[in-house]
Design a protein around this ligand. Sequence first.
Ligand SMILES: Nc1ncnc2c1ncn2[C@@H]1O[C@H](COP(=O)(O)OP(=O)(O)OP(=O)(O)O)[C@@H](O)[C@H]1O
Length: 269
Amino acid sequence: MDAGDQSLETKGDMMAHLNVDRVSVDIEGRRIVNEVVFSLERGQFLGLVGPNGSGKTSLLRAIYRVLAPRSGRVEVAGDSVWALSPRDVAKRLAVVAQERMGEFDFTVSELVGMGRTPHKRLMERDTASDFAIVEESLRQVGMLELRDRQFMNLSGGEKQRALVARALAQQAEFLVLDEPTNHLDIRHQLELLELVRSLGVTTIAALHDLSLAARYCDALVMMKDGCVIESGSPQQVLTAERIEAVYGVRARLSSSENGLAIEYNLPGK
Ligand SMILES: Nc1ncnc2c1ncn2[C@@H]1O[C@H](COP(=O)(O)OP(=O)(O)OP(=O)(O)O)[C@@H](O)[C@H]1O
């Protein structure tokens, strides 16, 4: 999806790794996601941006098979996620969701080990390979030293990194991240986004920081009121006019060493 490529805006692509084709979600009779269309190639990192309540989480939940769409299709490598079993979806798609910040009564290692579950038979013991994968996943998020701590006693940012490690241990071909940088300090935000990029795994992430989204994502989908306002390369999507129309803030964009710097102001200031 290079700049100027219109494929995100047109009808879903059968050959794409992720194909979201006219997906609508209704909750309690209200349209929350409205006819969303985009597709994503294998290995690409797509950022889903938009103000609070614009439908990002609801769209992601429809993609990872938790919230049934009212209409439309979500396909991973050509297979409808709603035609697959939850277990088969979990083999192919790893999720770090906002609602998973709960109070798990497990150690960090045990939690990350749960990422291996979709690959195992019922009651099958962990193998040396499972332990090695868990260890590597903990190392990748800088959590090796905290492996024996209780998950529920971790700080918000440590919990978030443990949940990312669990998703890595799942070794899925597809990653879905809902505000993965939530709770993370600046260093850990950069480390996490660098890590996701370096994995080369097809990824869709809801992100609030537009500069970070521009820096790390191959493509952006910007939503407002459940609709896609624009999609394409970060340069194409992030303009001062569009940010003002969607977020209601004045934005001054300038290029910086690392991509895009954005200065925001309330209207009239
Ligand atoms: N279970 C639910 N019951 C009622 N309304 C819901 C439910 N889930 C979401 N909504 C509503 O749907 C709209 C979209 O919410 P959603 O969480 O998808 O937005 P979002 O873009 O992820 O927001 P944020 O950036 O604040 O996380 C909101 O108005 C929200 O209140």
